[in-house]
Design a protein around this ligand. Sequence first.
Ligand code: HEM
Length: 396
Amino acid sequence: MDRNQKVRWNPFSSGYFADPYPHLQECRVTNPVQIGTQNCWTLFKYKHVSPILRSKDFEVSDLSEYLKEKEDYIFKSTSACPHLSETTRLWPMYLNGELHKEVRHIMGRAFNEINFQGYIEEAVDKTNHHFSKVTAFNIYDYCGYYIYDIVKQVFDLQKMSQEEMTTYSNLLAVSQDVFVPKQVYQKINEQMNWARQHFQLSKFKIELMRLFAEKKMETDDESIYSIMSISTMAAFETSKDNLTMALVGLMSRPQLIELVMETRGSSLELLIEELFRFSSPLQFTIRVNKEAIELDENLIPANSKLYLSVASANRDEEVFLNANEILPTRTPNDHLAFGGGVHFCLGASVARAELRACLIPMLSLLKNFQLDRNSLRWNKQIFMRTLKTATVHKLN
Ligand code: HEM
């Protein structure tokens, strides 16, 4: 790598979606603080990304406002009613200040009422039973089946099929991406409207309404639906993507599988953290600086949009030795896969419990299969990484 030649981040560069890490590394090493258009900056180093994520001096950007500004253009010459800005209005990762605190508190309490552990244990058994007789399958479907079974029970979404949840959740994830074409926003809009019916009878809805009333906060169907939609997406999308990438990462390193099968207790906890760091399904997030800041001799004016590359920070060799490898006992491992600070992932303990429960049972099944590396296909997404196809075949 020529360290004198500053590489500009280009997610459409060849091979980026299949493996963004070589390009992210070039950016991190040659050009770690990059200015883009309209006050946007992209940051790649752990030493820049981590303190910003954890600091109270930075705000999140408002997705709902951003979508509202685009709605006239997106729905020009269509009769569709815009749902984009309404449905995203209370998504906590795009709220600041008191409103964020209130919504996060309500969601946290509602999650605490749910017996995730019970649903997780049932789902592991069901999933392995379902896939035990087949001789070839897609790991993405396997992981999707497991996480779908948990999410459907948690939010009472029994009438939504796995395929429907996959499409819905993925389109909600895409609504937060950059460079989204107008036609895709129209599809997202349709899905946001379609899914409403499925949440009508949910116990989670009743609990949210009770908690809003207890706080004497005004609500309507739109705000409750906004929270239910983000809860479903957050619980399904990243967990399923993380697990798919973690299993494929392990299947690509057969020497690790026997070792993982023997891992228990605190060693299992270390391994799980390492898999989150390695997979980093949420690859970017955005913050806005209230004051001007200086980073590596770059003066960044106040109110700039900072694109924080969590994925790049999690592979920064200045912090993580052999960062592209899975080191089962890596310590310390202060990764940023769940973000940091006031927006730290509200479902991190759920995601950890899911991995803790499924890793060894799933590898016990998968060790009898071989991964077809030629089958790997990735979605063209920048913020949330999704490995859509990874076929395994039973060994003779
Ligand atoms: C491997 C799985 C997961 C990963 C990697 C992940 C990652 C993240 C990250 C990085 C953020 C912070 C975003 C930011 O700062 O801009 C976040 C926020 C959030 N996550 Fe997760 N997540 C996972 C699973 C879950 C699950 C299972 C749930 C729900 C049960 C969940 C619910 C949330 C919520 C509600 C927020 C918003 C918190 C706030 O803004 O205050 N996540 N997640």
